[in-house]
Design a protein around this ligand. Structure first.
Ligand SMILES: Cc1cc2nc3c(=O)[nH]c(=O)nc-3n(C[C@H](O)[C@H](O)[C@H](O)COP(=O)(O)OP(=O)(O)OC[C@H]3O[C@@H](n4cnc5c(N)ncnc54)[C@H](O)[C@@H]3O)c2cc1C
Length: 316
Protein backbone atom coordinates (compact mmCIF):
# COMPACT_ATOMS: atom_id res chain seq x y z
CA UNK A 1 0.00 0.00 0.00
CA UNK A 2 1.46 3.32 -1.06
CA UNK A 3 2.17 5.94 1.59
CA UNK A 4 0.69 9.19 0.30
CA UNK A 5 1.19 12.70 1.67
CA UNK A 6 -1.38 15.35 0.72
CA UNK A 7 -0.10 18.91 1.08
CA UNK A 8 -2.76 21.39 2.13
CA UNK A 9 -2.91 25.14 2.61
CA UNK A 10 -4.07 27.12 5.61
CA UNK A 11 -3.77 30.72 6.75
CA UNK A 12 -5.19 32.40 9.83
CA UNK A 13 -6.73 29.07 10.86
CA UNK A 14 -8.83 29.03 7.70
CA UNK A 15 -8.39 25.89 5.64
CA UNK A 16 -8.18 26.43 1.88
CA UNK A 17 -10.36 24.27 -0.34
CA UNK A 18 -7.19 22.93 -1.97
CA UNK A 19 -6.44 21.00 1.26
CA UNK A 20 -9.68 19.06 0.94
CA UNK A 21 -8.96 18.39 -2.74
CA UNK A 22 -5.43 17.04 -2.25
CA UNK A 23 -6.56 14.84 0.66
CA UNK A 24 -9.57 13.54 -1.31
CA UNK A 25 -7.36 12.79 -4.31
CA UNK A 26 -4.84 10.98 -2.11
CA UNK A 27 -7.65 8.90 -0.60
CA UNK A 28 -8.98 8.08 -4.06
CA UNK A 29 -5.53 6.82 -5.11
CA UNK A 30 -5.63 4.32 -2.22
CA UNK A 31 -3.01 3.47 0.37
CA UNK A 32 -2.22 5.21 3.62
CA UNK A 33 -3.13 8.89 3.54
CA UNK A 34 -1.61 11.67 5.62
CA UNK A 35 -1.95 15.43 5.22
CA UNK A 36 0.43 18.23 6.03
CA UNK A 37 -0.66 21.75 6.90
CA UNK A 38 1.79 24.61 7.33
CA UNK A 39 0.74 28.16 8.09
CA UNK A 40 -0.74 30.32 10.80
CA UNK A 41 -3.34 28.49 12.89
CA UNK A 42 -2.46 25.22 11.14
CA UNK A 43 -3.76 23.02 13.98
CA UNK A 44 -7.32 24.20 13.33
CA UNK A 45 -7.30 22.45 9.95
CA UNK A 46 -6.38 18.99 11.22
CA UNK A 47 -9.93 17.76 12.05
CA UNK A 48 -11.11 19.16 8.73
CA UNK A 49 -8.67 17.21 6.53
CA UNK A 50 -9.31 14.13 8.65
CA UNK A 51 -12.90 14.24 7.33
CA UNK A 52 -11.48 13.52 3.87
CA UNK A 53 -9.39 10.54 4.88
CA UNK A 54 -6.19 11.78 6.56
CA UNK A 55 -5.06 9.30 9.22
CA UNK A 56 -2.13 11.47 10.28
CA UNK A 57 -2.00 15.24 9.99
CA UNK A 58 1.39 16.97 10.27
CA UNK A 59 0.91 20.47 11.58
CA UNK A 60 3.53 23.19 11.26
CA UNK A 61 2.86 26.62 12.73
CA UNK A 62 4.37 29.36 10.56
CA UNK A 63 3.89 33.10 10.40
CA UNK A 64 4.39 34.51 6.96
CA UNK A 65 4.81 32.35 3.89
CA UNK A 66 8.34 31.16 3.16
CA UNK A 67 8.70 28.74 0.23
CA UNK A 68 12.16 27.54 1.21
CA UNK A 69 11.16 26.73 4.78
CA UNK A 70 7.83 25.13 3.83
CA UNK A 71 9.50 22.91 1.20
CA UNK A 72 12.29 21.85 3.57
CA UNK A 73 9.77 20.92 6.30
CA UNK A 74 7.68 18.87 3.86
CA UNK A 75 10.71 17.16 2.26
CA UNK A 76 11.97 16.25 5.75
CA UNK A 77 8.64 14.56 6.57
CA UNK A 78 8.66 12.70 3.23
CA UNK A 79 12.20 11.43 3.88
CA UNK A 80 11.86 10.56 7.55
CA UNK A 81 8.43 8.87 7.25
CA UNK A 82 9.02 7.25 3.87
CA UNK A 83 6.21 8.75 1.81
CA UNK A 84 6.15 7.46 -1.75
CA UNK A 85 3.69 9.93 -3.28
CA UNK A 86 3.27 13.66 -2.58
CA UNK A 87 0.16 15.46 -3.87
CA UNK A 88 0.10 19.28 -3.90
CA UNK A 89 -2.39 21.82 -5.22
CA UNK A 90 -1.34 23.61 -8.43
CA UNK A 91 -1.85 26.93 -6.65
CA UNK A 92 0.83 29.61 -6.50
CA UNK A 93 2.13 28.12 -3.26
CA UNK A 94 1.99 24.58 -4.67
CA UNK A 95 3.86 25.67 -7.79
CA UNK A 96 6.52 27.36 -5.71
CA UNK A 97 7.14 24.53 -3.27
CA UNK A 98 6.58 21.45 -5.47
CA UNK A 99 9.76 22.07 -7.48
CA UNK A 100 11.69 22.89 -4.31
CA UNK A 101 10.46 19.66 -2.69
CA UNK A 102 11.35 17.65 -5.80
CA UNK A 103 14.86 19.15 -5.79
CA UNK A 104 15.36 18.36 -2.11
CA UNK A 105 14.19 14.79 -2.72
CA UNK A 106 16.24 14.43 -5.91
CA UNK A 107 13.17 13.55 -7.93
CA UNK A 108 10.93 15.15 -10.57
CA UNK A 109 7.54 16.82 -10.46
CA UNK A 110 4.52 16.41 -12.72
CA UNK A 111 2.28 19.44 -12.61
CA UNK A 112 -1.32 20.52 -13.09
CA UNK A 113 -3.08 17.15 -13.33
CA UNK A 114 -6.75 17.41 -14.27
CA UNK A 115 -7.17 13.63 -14.00
CA UNK A 116 -5.18 11.32 -11.77
CA UNK A 117 -5.14 7.58 -11.11
CA UNK A 118 -2.79 4.74 -10.22
CA UNK A 119 -1.21 2.37 -12.70
CA UNK A 120 0.27 -0.31 -10.49
CA UNK A 121 2.45 1.58 -8.03
CA UNK A 122 2.90 4.57 -10.39
CA UNK A 123 0.80 7.72 -10.53
CA UNK A 124 -0.72 8.40 -13.94
CA UNK A 125 -2.10 11.80 -14.87
CA UNK A 126 -3.85 13.50 -17.77
CA UNK A 127 -3.76 17.22 -18.46
CA UNK A 128 -4.43 19.66 -21.29
CA UNK A 129 -1.43 20.92 -23.30
CA UNK A 130 -0.88 23.34 -26.21
CA UNK A 131 -3.42 25.78 -24.80
CA UNK A 132 -6.04 23.06 -24.45
CA UNK A 133 -5.67 21.79 -28.05
CA UNK A 134 -4.54 18.34 -26.90
CA UNK A 135 -4.27 16.16 -23.82
CA UNK A 136 -1.18 14.41 -22.58
CA UNK A 137 -1.03 11.35 -20.34
CA UNK A 138 2.04 11.04 -18.15
CA UNK A 139 3.29 8.46 -15.73
CA UNK A 140 5.68 9.33 -12.92
CA UNK A 141 8.92 7.38 -13.20
CA UNK A 142 11.03 8.98 -10.49
CA UNK A 143 10.57 8.35 -6.77
CA UNK A 144 9.17 9.76 -4.57
CA UNK A 145 6.39 10.74 -6.94
CA UNK A 146 5.56 14.45 -6.68
CA UNK A 147 2.41 15.66 -8.46
CA UNK A 148 0.43 18.91 -8.42
CA UNK A 149 -3.31 18.84 -9.17
CA UNK A 150 -5.37 21.59 -10.79
CA UNK A 151 -7.60 23.34 -8.21
CA UNK A 152 -11.34 22.75 -8.61
CA UNK A 153 -10.80 19.95 -11.14
CA UNK A 154 -11.08 17.07 -8.64
CA UNK A 155 -14.06 16.06 -6.51
CA UNK A 156 -13.95 16.49 -2.75
CA UNK A 157 -15.13 13.34 -1.00
CA UNK A 158 -15.90 12.54 2.62
CA UNK A 159 -13.96 9.63 4.13
CA UNK A 160 -13.29 9.55 7.84
CA UNK A 161 -9.60 9.37 8.75
CA UNK A 162 -8.07 9.00 12.22
CA UNK A 163 -6.67 12.55 12.11
CA UNK A 164 -3.80 11.89 14.53
CA UNK A 165 -1.91 15.18 14.88
CA UNK A 166 1.91 15.33 14.77
CA UNK A 167 3.55 18.71 15.20
CA UNK A 168 6.51 19.60 12.98
CA UNK A 169 8.96 22.49 13.03
CA UNK A 170 9.16 24.99 10.20
CA UNK A 171 12.47 26.82 10.43
CA UNK A 172 12.31 30.05 8.43
CA UNK A 173 15.52 31.22 10.13
CA UNK A 174 17.65 28.96 7.94
CA UNK A 175 16.22 30.45 4.75
CA UNK A 176 18.63 32.10 2.27
CA UNK A 177 15.93 34.56 1.23
CA UNK A 178 14.51 37.21 3.51
CA UNK A 179 10.91 38.27 3.10
CA UNK A 180 10.73 42.03 3.31
CA UNK A 181 7.06 42.53 2.55
CA UNK A 182 3.91 40.49 1.98
CA UNK A 183 1.00 42.16 0.27
CA UNK A 184 -2.26 40.29 -0.13
CA UNK A 185 -4.33 41.38 -3.10
CA UNK A 186 -7.97 40.86 -3.99
CA UNK A 187 -9.49 42.15 -0.74
CA UNK A 188 -12.27 40.01 0.63
CA UNK A 189 -13.18 38.40 -2.70
CA UNK A 190 -12.79 34.67 -3.10
CA UNK A 191 -9.45 33.76 -4.69
CA UNK A 192 -9.61 33.05 -8.41
CA UNK A 193 -8.27 29.52 -8.31
CA UNK A 194 -10.62 28.49 -5.50
CA UNK A 195 -13.74 30.20 -6.80
CA UNK A 196 -16.76 28.10 -7.80
CA UNK A 197 -17.84 30.94 -10.06
CA UNK A 198 -15.58 33.33 -11.98
CA UNK A 199 -16.77 36.44 -13.82
CA UNK A 200 -14.24 37.78 -16.32
CA UNK A 201 -14.12 40.92 -18.39
CA UNK A 202 -12.57 41.41 -21.81
CA UNK A 203 -11.81 44.33 -24.10
CA UNK A 204 -15.52 44.56 -24.89
CA UNK A 205 -16.02 46.49 -21.66
CA UNK A 206 -14.33 49.42 -23.47
CA UNK A 207 -12.46 51.03 -20.59
CA UNK A 208 -11.41 50.90 -16.92
CA UNK A 209 -14.47 52.90 -15.88
CA UNK A 210 -16.61 49.86 -16.77
CA UNK A 211 -14.58 47.22 -14.93
CA UNK A 212 -16.78 47.74 -11.82
CA UNK A 213 -19.62 46.22 -13.89
CA UNK A 214 -17.68 42.95 -13.85
CA UNK A 215 -16.88 43.28 -10.14
CA UNK A 216 -20.51 44.05 -9.25
CA UNK A 217 -21.78 40.99 -11.11
CA UNK A 218 -19.10 38.89 -9.39
CA UNK A 219 -20.08 40.22 -5.97
CA UNK A 220 -23.75 39.38 -6.50
CA UNK A 221 -22.74 35.82 -7.42
CA UNK A 222 -20.06 35.52 -4.71
CA UNK A 223 -17.60 34.94 -7.55
CA UNK A 224 -13.94 35.59 -8.24
CA UNK A 225 -13.02 38.30 -10.75
CA UNK A 226 -10.86 37.64 -13.80
CA UNK A 227 -9.81 39.42 -16.97
CA UNK A 228 -8.16 38.87 -20.31
CA UNK A 229 -4.63 39.92 -21.05
CA UNK A 230 -5.95 42.72 -23.28
CA UNK A 231 -7.65 44.26 -20.25
CA UNK A 232 -4.69 43.71 -17.97
CA UNK A 233 -2.18 45.09 -20.49
CA UNK A 234 -4.35 48.17 -20.91
CA UNK A 235 -4.14 48.69 -17.15
CA UNK A 236 -7.91 48.46 -16.61
CA UNK A 237 -7.43 46.07 -13.67
CA UNK A 238 -4.70 44.45 -11.63
CA UNK A 239 -2.43 42.03 -13.52
CA UNK A 240 -3.04 39.29 -10.94
CA UNK A 241 -6.53 38.88 -12.42
CA UNK A 242 -5.25 37.71 -15.80
CA UNK A 243 -6.54 34.32 -16.86
CA UNK A 244 -4.89 32.34 -19.61
CA UNK A 245 -1.70 30.88 -20.93
CA UNK A 246 0.44 33.56 -19.32
CA UNK A 247 -1.92 34.19 -16.40
CA UNK A 248 -3.81 32.03 -13.97
CA UNK A 249 -5.57 28.75 -14.72
CA UNK A 250 -9.07 28.41 -13.30
CA UNK A 251 -11.50 25.51 -13.29
CA UNK A 252 -14.72 26.83 -11.77
CA UNK A 253 -18.17 25.31 -12.03
CA UNK A 254 -19.33 28.45 -13.82
CA UNK A 255 -17.24 30.86 -15.91
CA UNK A 256 -18.96 34.02 -17.15
CA UNK A 257 -17.04 35.60 -20.03
CA UNK A 258 -18.14 39.18 -20.67
CA UNK A 259 -16.90 40.93 -23.83
CA UNK A 260 -14.22 38.28 -24.37
CA UNK A 261 -13.45 37.00 -27.87
CA UNK A 262 -12.13 33.60 -26.76
CA UNK A 263 -8.54 33.69 -28.01
CA UNK A 264 -6.75 30.36 -27.65
CA UNK A 265 -4.37 31.88 -25.09
CA UNK A 266 -7.31 32.94 -22.91
CA UNK A 267 -9.06 29.60 -23.26
CA UNK A 268 -5.90 27.85 -22.08
CA UNK A 269 -6.69 29.27 -18.64
CA UNK A 270 -10.43 28.62 -18.41
CA UNK A 271 -11.24 25.88 -20.92
CA UNK A 272 -11.69 23.24 -18.23
CA UNK A 273 -14.52 25.21 -16.56
CA UNK A 274 -17.64 23.08 -16.16
CA UNK A 275 -20.16 25.59 -17.54
CA UNK A 276 -19.22 28.61 -19.62
CA UNK A 277 -21.60 31.51 -20.22
CA UNK A 278 -20.49 34.05 -22.82
CA UNK A 279 -21.87 37.52 -23.44
CA UNK A 280 -20.61 38.94 -26.72
CA UNK A 281 -22.19 41.04 -29.44
CA UNK A 282 -20.37 39.14 -32.21
CA UNK A 283 -22.18 35.85 -32.97
CA UNK A 284 -18.99 34.52 -34.61
CA UNK A 285 -16.77 35.12 -31.55
CA UNK A 286 -14.76 31.93 -30.87
CA UNK A 287 -15.86 31.93 -27.21
CA UNK A 288 -19.28 30.68 -28.37
CA UNK A 289 -17.64 27.47 -29.64
CA UNK A 290 -16.80 26.47 -26.08
CA UNK A 291 -19.65 28.09 -24.18
CA UNK A 292 -22.56 26.17 -22.66
CA UNK A 293 -24.85 29.19 -22.97
CA UNK A 294 -24.31 32.27 -25.09
CA UNK A 295 -25.91 35.70 -25.12
CA UNK A 296 -25.40 37.56 -28.41
CA UNK A 297 -25.93 41.16 -27.44
CA UNK A 298 -24.25 44.33 -26.29
CA UNK A 299 -22.95 43.68 -22.76
CA UNK A 300 -24.08 47.15 -21.71
CA UNK A 301 -27.67 46.08 -22.49
CA UNK A 302 -27.30 42.70 -20.81
CA UNK A 303 -25.46 43.37 -17.56
CA UNK A 304 -27.78 45.91 -15.84
CA UNK A 305 -30.99 43.79 -16.08
CA UNK A 306 -28.99 40.60 -15.42
CA UNK A 307 -27.68 42.08 -12.17
CA UNK A 308 -31.19 43.10 -11.08
CA UNK A 309 -32.64 39.67 -11.92
CA UNK A 310 -29.85 37.90 -10.05
CA UNK A 311 -30.22 40.17 -7.02
CA UNK A 312 -33.94 39.42 -6.88
CA UNK A 313 -33.43 35.69 -7.42
CA UNK A 314 -30.68 35.47 -4.79
CA UNK A 315 -32.45 37.79 -2.34
CA UNK A 316 -29.63 40.38 -2.34
C1 LIG B 1 2.20 34.53 -26.09
C2 LIG B 1 0.83 35.08 -25.79
C3 LIG B 1 0.29 34.84 -24.55
C4 LIG B 1 -0.98 35.32 -24.25
N1 LIG B 1 -1.52 35.06 -23.01
C5 LIG B 1 -2.79 35.45 -22.77
C6 LIG B 1 -3.40 35.15 -21.52
O1 LIG B 1 -2.80 34.55 -20.61
N2 LIG B 1 -4.68 35.55 -21.33
C7 LIG B 1 -5.39 36.21 -22.27
O2 LIG B 1 -6.55 36.54 -22.03
N3 LIG B 1 -4.82 36.53 -23.44
C8 LIG B 1 -3.54 36.18 -23.71
N4 LIG B 1 -2.98 36.55 -24.88
C9 LIG B 1 -3.70 37.49 -25.74
C10 LIG B 1 -4.76 36.85 -26.60
O3 LIG B 1 -4.19 36.41 -27.82
C11 LIG B 1 -5.88 37.86 -26.95
O4 LIG B 1 -5.31 38.98 -27.55
C12 LIG B 1 -6.70 38.33 -25.74
O5 LIG B 1 -7.12 37.22 -24.98
C13 LIG B 1 -7.91 39.10 -26.23
O6 LIG B 1 -8.59 39.63 -25.16
P1 LIG B 1 -10.12 40.04 -25.28
O7 LIG B 1 -10.95 38.85 -25.59
O8 LIG B 1 -10.43 40.83 -24.08
O9 LIG B 1 -10.10 41.09 -26.49
P2 LIG B 1 -10.60 40.98 -27.97
O10 LIG B 1 -10.02 39.81 -28.65
O11 LIG B 1 -10.41 42.32 -28.58
O12 LIG B 1 -12.15 40.68 -27.83
C14 LIG B 1 -13.11 41.59 -27.38
C15 LIG B 1 -14.47 40.97 -27.60
O13 LIG B 1 -15.44 41.82 -27.05
C16 LIG B 1 -16.57 41.83 -27.91
N5 LIG B 1 -17.28 43.09 -27.70
C17 LIG B 1 -16.87 44.35 -28.01
N6 LIG B 1 -17.76 45.26 -27.58
C18 LIG B 1 -18.75 44.54 -26.97
C19 LIG B 1 -19.97 44.92 -26.36
N7 LIG B 1 -20.32 46.20 -26.22
N8 LIG B 1 -20.78 43.94 -25.88
C20 LIG B 1 -20.44 42.63 -26.00
N9 LIG B 1 -19.29 42.23 -26.59
C21 LIG B 1 -18.46 43.17 -27.07
C22 LIG B 1 -16.02 41.71 -29.30
O14 LIG B 1 -16.98 41.15 -30.18
C23 LIG B 1 -14.82 40.78 -29.08
O15 LIG B 1 -15.18 39.42 -29.32
C24 LIG B 1 -1.71 36.08 -25.22
C25 LIG B 1 -1.14 36.30 -26.46
C26 LIG B 1 0.10 35.82 -26.75
C27 LIG B 1 0.68 36.07 -28.10
Amino acid sequence: MAKILAVGEIAGGVLKKASRETTSVAKKLGGTVSSILIGSGAAAGAPEVAKHGADTVYVGEAGTYNGEAYAKAIADVVKSKGYEIVILPHSWIGRDISSRIATLLNTGVISDATEISMDGDRVKIRKPVYSGKAFVSLKVKASPQVVTIRPNAHPIADAAGAGKVENITVDAGASKAKQVKFEATGGTRVSLTEADIVVSGGRGIKGPENFPLIEQLADILGAGVGATRAVVDAGWCDHTLQIGQTGQTVSPNLYVAVGISGAIQHMAGMGSSKYIVAINKDPDAPIFKVSTYGVVDDLFNVLPPLKEELKAALGK
